[in-house]
Ligand binder design. Structure first.
Ligand SMILES: Cc1cc2nc3c(=O)[nH]c(=O)nc-3n(C[C@H](O)[C@H](O)[C@H](O)COP(=O)(O)OP(=O)(O)OC[C@H]3O[C@@H](n4cnc5c(N)ncnc54)[C@H](O)[C@@H]3O)c2cc1C
Length: 462
């Protein structure tokens, strides 16, 4: 049974943390009570702690177990499903002060980091050494590596390079009883027992707190080529995406933005994008290979009705295109008082079916839907524009979410490609993994965290 943080535990927390690393000021409680999910409820924690050492976290979890109060870890709060929202109050454990890059091992191509390191910061540092850390959520200038690990995050480059999970070699984790365990290894492979590292990735702070991360790096690709293609119809763009994959070309990024999302970002940035549906494509690697792949892709784009194919010739042009793409979430948020953002994923060949069924759904229900995303790996961010103040319209939008999920599963897809389950999708998880799947997740949670102190209320419905 979870409780509020009792007075005695508050006093003991003050012994664990220096004065400037613990707070119950109203402004902190408000600031750590929500994340980037539009449909998750806000819920302020009772206290906030900013650990700088693993030992503090271990002592905190022992205390939480003794008194039965909840602890919710938090990185930058950019999560899109309410995973960092402390719905049962308790303590918010803000990991952003554990932000050191401890080692970049140039001989073994690995990095050891603390969880509060900002994703883009690690990328910058390794690239200075000719190395590359591919996972690149569009939030990379803000999100933390600990958050990326906890959510199993992806990004545009996942189409070629895979997601965060594919780069995590090992972790240091503090489990609910305060024990500190090293999972995985610093070697490129290891099969010693069950794969606790993979279990932790995507566990959304419900099984343990990640305090160190050993990541695999790869050599930095020699060149990158970037192009955009505009289409009168989003269905043409979707067919071009499927055709690129079936032609056995794996670009480094293959992003689709429908006309609504392009218009939204134009309003925000005036980036000079055409009023059309767009594909943003990158190839990388040795110069000859990148340019050969790009010219094959251009041929496919034209065959599928691309009206204009434009190559970014300068770094500035490329940066502007990516700025536009990375601003999509923010830009589409401005198109209505509220939006519900889903990140459904289908087998790559089914992207055209997904797009046409979403168009039909929007027409049938009248709920405006704007879609953009990592189409190259089948992952689309489907944004349903709505207004919470208008009860009828909001109910319709929530019903539309269910329809989007049904369509996704019918197409052989999955409810989340990268944003996770958190609060927002907990009630739908059974529709994908079944009753027995949910039972097994519950049993794993119980084993790791018998008193349910770690981020309660997430992933599985209560
Ligand atoms: C504009 C925008 C673009 C985005 N683009 C993408 C994208 O392209 N791809 C993608 O995958 N996601 C994307 N996201 C979602 C989000 O950025 C990712 O889920 C990200 O990994 C969250 O990191 P964070 O540091 O903000 O974590 P938070 O939101 O603070 O926390 C997320 C979860 O991680 C847990 N957690 C945090 N740190 C730890 C830790 N050290 N130990 C254990 N648990 C921990 C929290 O309890 C919570 O459950 C986007 C979000 C925004 C706002």
């Amino acid at each position: 049974m979870l409780t509020m943080i009792p007075k005695q535990a508050r006093e003991r927390l003050k012994d664990i943390y220096p004065q400037d690393a613990i707070s119950h000021q109203a402004e902190d409680l408000v600031a750590y009570g929500f994340d980037a999910a539009a449909i998750a409820p806000e819920s302020a924690p009772e206290m906030v702690a900013f650990p700088t050492e693993t030992g503090q976290i271990s002592a905190t979890l022992k205390l939480a177990n003794e008194f039965g109060f909840p602890v919710t870890a938090r990185g930058a709060g950019t999560g899109a499903v309410g995973a960092a929202v402390p719905v049962h109050k308790g303590l918010a454990l803000v990991m952003t002060r554990m932000n050191r890059i401890l080692e970049i091992d140039r001989d073994n191509l690995t990095a050891l980091v603390e969880p509060g390191v900002v994703t883009g910061k690690l990328q910058e540092e390794v690239e200075k050494l000719g190395l590359f850390y591919p996972p690149d959520p569009s939030s990379l200038h803000v999100s933390t590596l600990g958050g990326n690990v906890a959510m199993g995050s992806g990004g545009p480059r996942a189409v070629k390079y895979g997601v965060t999970r594919d780069y995590v070699l090992g972790l240091e984790v503090v489990f609910a009883d305060g024990s500190i365990v090293a999972t995985g290894a610093q070697t490129m492979k290891s099969v010693v027992g069950y794969d606790l590292t993979r279990l932790m990735v995507g566990s959304e702070g419900t099984l343990g707190i990640v305090t160190r991360i050993r990541l695999r790096l790869i050599p930095k690709p020699e060149t990158v080529m970037t192009a955009t293609a505009s289409f009168a119809q989003v269905s043409q763009a979707a067919r071009a995406v499927a055709a690129i994959t079936s032609a056995r070309i794996i670009p480094c990024a293959l992003e689709l933005m429908d006309r609504g999302s392009v218009e939204a970002v134009e309003k925000l940035l005036q980036a000079g994008l055409p009023a059309a549906s767009l594909l943003l494509i990158e190839t990388d690697g040795p110069k000859e290979q990148a340019s050969m792949e790009m010219s094959r892709i251009e041929g496919i784009l034209r065959e599928h009705g691309a009206e204009g194919v434009k190559t970014a010739s300068t770094r500035k042009d490329r940066d502007l295109l990516w700025k536009a793409r990375r601003s999509m979430s923010q830009a589409t948020s401005r198109m209505a008082p509220n939006k519900i953002n889903e990140d459904v994923t289908v087998p790559r060949s089914r992207i055209p079916d997904l797009i046409s069924r979403l168009e039909a759904l929007s027409e049938k229900t009248g709920a405006p839907i704007i879609s953009f995303g990592h189409a190259g790996d089948g992952n689309m961010h489907v944004n349903i524009l709505t207004d919470k103040r208008d009860e009828k319209r909001y109910a319709q939008a929530l019903k539309t979410v269910e329809d989007v999920f049904r369509i996704t599963l019918e197409l052989g897809g999955t409810l989340s490609g990268e944003h996770g389950i958190g609060l927002a999708k907990a009630k739908y998880i059974e529709s994908e993994i079944g009753e027995r799947g949910v039972e097994i997740i519950r049993a794993i949670k119980k084993l790791f965290d018998p008193n349910n102190i770690l981020n309660p209320g997430k992933i599985i419905p209560e």
